[in-house]
Design a protein around this ligand. Structure first.
Ligand code: NAD
Length: 336
């Protein structure tokens, strides 16, 4: 067996980011010190940047935050209203992290279709949240496979890290009774993660994805004002359920997801955890609990796994394994 297979080490991977808001920028910062991945391409709504030698994260963040798009980067930036399409055509990239808003709820599946239609081959990783969004990608399973694309979905924190932890913890049991995910997110300022917050608002009773998407920033602020900046969410439509069902672990109705997001304080309002309750082969009922460290941010717990799954996806792609996989089916690899 080669050293590469024994250690999971692979040749430096040329990677790209689609979306350069809160998670996209955090992703660039996560990648900056990595030896195994080189960030060469970034797209946002108004433009894109490409440099085969690697993009400098601080210059890209400055262009985006001061001028509104990485398309203003000098050199390497291009302004475009079709940034994803042009980047796919023009830039040799092995894998992308799709740090895009899923607004409307069909957007990510439409981006996947755009990659399929372009003839591009490589690895795509998303941090999708809704069950219905993952179902749309399942419909693309055959097309992704035929196109030579390895697509890993649900690879953020929840779904993602916590779903994978549940899949691992399930191994102690003969039968899984319940998977309960409770998250606490603290961010200093909602505007740094606009899509995340709008998509969370869409889970509040009385709201829909369409309604949350149509809200102006002032309307979001007014809503947050009523709740002292906090969003309490229960029984969310979260793809952890379908991912654990597809992995054969338990029926989706045994999985629940809820939590609290504080948009005015980077301190977590509660400790993020997943509890996995089941029956062992001896007949004992027990619960495993996996709790994230309170100091770890949402960005750390989303971007770390996303790139870990991207590395795993590259290994699969290089072995000719294509199609749709979820974070509950594949073990992420650690990116050095
Ligand atoms: P954001 O609003 O901060 O940034 C979105 C970025 O996408 C912006 O740079 C914008 O310019 C870009 N964009 C929008 N439309 C585009 C288009 N058509 N072409 C190219 N770029 C486009 O978003 P965020 O808060 O970083 O969230 C990103 C996604 O991550 C959301 O869907 C959110 O739900 C998801 N998320 C998942 C988890 C998880 O644990 N699974 C956790 C947090 C966030």
């Amino acid at each position: 067996m080669s050293y590469e297979h024994q250690t999971g080490e692979i040749k430096k991977i040329q990677v790209g980011l689609l979306g350069f808001g809160g998670l996209g920028q955090a992703g660039a910062r996560v990648l900056e010190p990595k030896r195994e991945m080189n960030l060469v391409a970034i797209a946002d709504r108004k433009g894109y940047a490409y440099n085969s030698e690697g993009l400098e994260e601080s210059a890209c963040i400055a262009a985006y935050n001061q001028q509104g798009s990485v398309g203003y980067l000098e050199p390497g930036g291009t302004l475009s209203t079709n940034s994803i399409g042009e980047l796919i055509e023009r830039s040799p990239v092995e894998g992308y992290f799709l740090a895009l808003p899923n607004l409307p709820n069909t957007f990510m599946a439409s981006v996947a279709q755009q990659f399929i239609d372009s003839g591009w081959q490589g690895v795509l990783v998303d941090a999708l949240k809704r069950t219905s969004a993952v179902e749309q990608l399942l419909d693309l399973q055959d097309s992704l496979q035929a196109a030579g694309i390895t697509y890993l979905t649900g690879c953020g924190a929840t779904p993602g890290l916590l779903t994978a932890a549940a899949a691992l913890a399930a191994q102690s049991y003969a039968e899984i009774h319940r998977v309960k995910i409770t998250f606490g997110v603290g961010i200093a300022n909602w505007a740094a993660y606009r899509a995340t917050i709008r998509e969370d608002i869409a889970h509040i009773p009385g709201y829909t994805v369409e309604r949350a998407m149509a809200m102006s920033d002032a309307e979001v602020e007014a809503l947050l004002e009523e709740t002292d900046g906090k969003l309490a969410l229960e029984n969310m439509e979260h793809a952890d359920d379908i991912m654990l069902e597809l992995a054969g672990i338990c029926a989706r109705d045994r999985v629940t997801v809820g939590g609290v997001v504080d948009t005015r304080n980077p301190k977590k309002p509660l400790s993020t955890n997943v509890q996995i309750t089941g029956r062992t082969f001896e007949g004992k009922i027990s619960t495993h609990t996996f709790t994230l460290g309170d100091e770890t941010s949402m960005a750390a717990n989303v971007c770390g796994p996303a790139f870990g799954y991207l590395k795993a996806g590259i290994n699969l792609h290089r072995r000719g394994i294509y199609g749709l996989l979820t974070a509950a089916e594949v073990m992420p690899l650690f990116v050095r």
